[in-house]
Write a protein that binds this ligand. Structure first.
Ligand code: ADP
Length: 523
């Protein structure tokens, strides 16, 4: 007799799920896919595809408007996260929600604390529980450490411990590697594999093909709220996977700069320093050169001074020390408008706050920096017809998915918004472009388009400063890379002479200092 093969237990099942938000947006439609117990499943798709909405429904933050969600076979109707937690579903917060002044153990048990008679927190019991959890899960964390003292990667482990402490058998993670260094990412992946091997189920949103390959047993692709593919990784070869993820072949990465000799720098920054209102030194003695036709990458874990550097170079903040010059003229310490007039363009990290006005149309957002430019503008007056045709040409040329120039900017996905901001910033062929996290949260097809545009601008002779926490991006595009750590440049490399692991070490302050302060040492 042949034994019947039992179907794998399904930890998560979505059956024909629809989610229409109160404003009418259809975020999910006819969404069906399953995740087996003990599987790591990747949920992929471009910005706005409906991935986070799936996560929110599984965690009780949103309710489907039609269809069925099942957890371990049982239909569920989560009305709030408490229901999801009771059913063994946990969400590992993307924006880490820990209390910095408390210890790891206190954070892990917060809201579910062991108490002594009389209601006081039983610290000893809490610490013991968390130690046991650390041992079982293999998540290396010191339960007695104060969270404020821990790097981001370790804080994320605390978030995972917190979810496990609440009894989660199914873990939901939304882009968990966005803020991690390569060694931290490797550690996270090892942890997730271990949790899956112990029978836990993991659903993870990612934009990265490599991560899907490295981690997932199954993958589901969403596009405009619908499932366009769902497969077991074992059934896919690499070409089929990238086809599934981007609906076609990705163009090859842009070629590197080919010039053999490096021309004299166009941008020279020396001794840049900045002290916060509360006295914290955010940037100290930062200097660099960028030649025309060159991309200088700035690597660093978020919060090590990158944001301040971009603000100083855009005119949004005034340096406390030092300056930066373009073709010999100082442009720091001037107003943003004066900085721009000198030929400096900036793509900011926080596109919703600094880069775009969401309630205004695409057209008005594109025009925002161009009121003084003929032929769109004659003596300060915009020719709306010419402007509209120009905006339509930008939309077409950059492959922006939009109804037309009059659509409000806020209705676009992050990737499309970012394409328009880059288009606007490079339209005047700036001599120097500062691009800060230009593809953060942007899907791979849009990121690849943005990379080609940056490379084209470089080939036209612009000097580019590329500030990014994404090491793949830096390694693919930069000619040279400097690492910012605690407000200083701690290492400089010629691209091609360094790998992600080495950069990761320097980004966490563990590398030997290789910055002699000689800005052209590794030209
Ligand atoms: P993804 O996570 O794939 O980027 P989301 O699930 O966040 O996609 O969004 C899917 C669609 O639903 C998008 O068009 C988005 O603008 C819209 N959306 C998300 N949240 C809301 C909300 N609370 N109200 C209205 N529309 C929303």
């Amino acid at each position: 007799m042949t034994p019947a093969i039992a179907p794998p237990l399904l930890a998560i099942a979505l059956e024909d799920v629809e989610k229409r938000y109160p404003n009418g947006t259809l975020a999910n439609s006819g969404v069906s896919f399953t995740v087996a117990a003990g599987e790591i499943h990747a949920l992929v798709g471009e910005n706005g595809a409906g991935k986070s909405t799936v996560m929110k429904m599984l965690y009780g933050l949103e309710r489907p408007t039609a269809g069925i969600l099942r957890i371990h076979g049982r239909p569920v109707d989560f009305r709030h996260p408490g229901d999801a937690i009771a059913a063994g579903v946990g969400l590992v917060a993307q924006h880490l929600n820990l209390v910095p002044s408390l210890t790891v153990a206190e954070n892990v048990v917060l809201g579910h604390e062991p108490r002594r008679a009389g209601g006081r927190l039983d610290r000893a019991a809490a610490a013991a529980r968390v130690r046991a959890l650390v041992e079982q899960s293999g998540l290396a964390v010191d339960p007695a450490a104060t969270v404020a003292s821990l790097p981001v990667g370790v804080r994320q482990r605390v978030e995972i411990l917190k979810v496990l402490h609440r009894g989660a058998r199914t873990l939901l993670l939304d882009e968990p590697t966005a803020v991690l260094t390569p060694p931290e990412t490797a550690t996270l992946f090892a942890t997730l594999r271990q949790l899956a091997a112990a029978g836990r189920t993991i659903l993870v949103i990612t934009h990265k093909l490599d991560e899907v390959k490295a981690l997932a047993g199954g993958v589901t692709v969403l596009c405009q709220g619908r499932v366009t593919g769902s497969a077991r990784m074992a059934e896919l070869d690499e070409g089929a996977l990238s086809h599934l993820m981007v609906g076609g072949d990705l163009p090859p990465p842009p070629p590197r700069r080919t010039a053999r000799t490096r021309p004299a720098p166009r941008v020279v920054a020396r001794g840049l320093g900045y002290v916060d209102d509360d006295g914290a030194i955010r940037l100290r003695d930062v200097g660099f050169d960028v030649a025309p036709g060159e991309i200088l990458g700035i690597a660093g874990v978020e919060g090590n001074g990158q944001d301040v550097l971009a603000r100083l170079l855009s005119g949004a903040a005034i340096p406390g020390a030092g300056d930066a010059r373009l073709d010999g003229r100082v442009f720091t310490g001037l107003s943003p408008r004066a900085v721009r007039a000198q030929g400096v363009a900036v793509v900011t990290e926080d596109r919703l706050h600094d880069g775009a006005a969401p309630t205004l149309s695409i057209l008005d957002n594109l025009l925002a920096t161009r009121y003084a430019h003929p032929p769109l503008s004659q003596r300060g007056l915009i020719d709306r017809g010419t402007a509209r045709r120009w905006a339509q040409a930008v939309i077409d040329g950059f492959g922006v998915r939009a109804a037309g120039p009059h659509q409000p900017m806020g209705a676009l996905s992050g990737g499309n918004m970012q394409k328009l901001i880059l288009a606007r910033e490079i339209a005047d062929a700036p001599a120097f472009l500062v691009a800060s996290q230009p593809t953060r949260g942007v899907d791979i097809a849009a990121a690849s388009a943005l990379h080609s545009r940056l490379a084209a601008l470089r080939d036209q002779g612009a000097a580019i400063l590329l500030i990014s926490a994404d090491l793949d991006e830096l390694l693919a595009l930069s000619d040279r890379i400097a690492v910012l750590y605690r407000g200083r440049i701690v290492a400089r490399f010629a691209a091609g002479a360094v790998d992600a692991q080495t950069l990761g070490l320097h980004m966490t302050g563990l590398g030997p200092s290789v910055d002699g302060g000689d800005h052209d040492a590794v030209a």
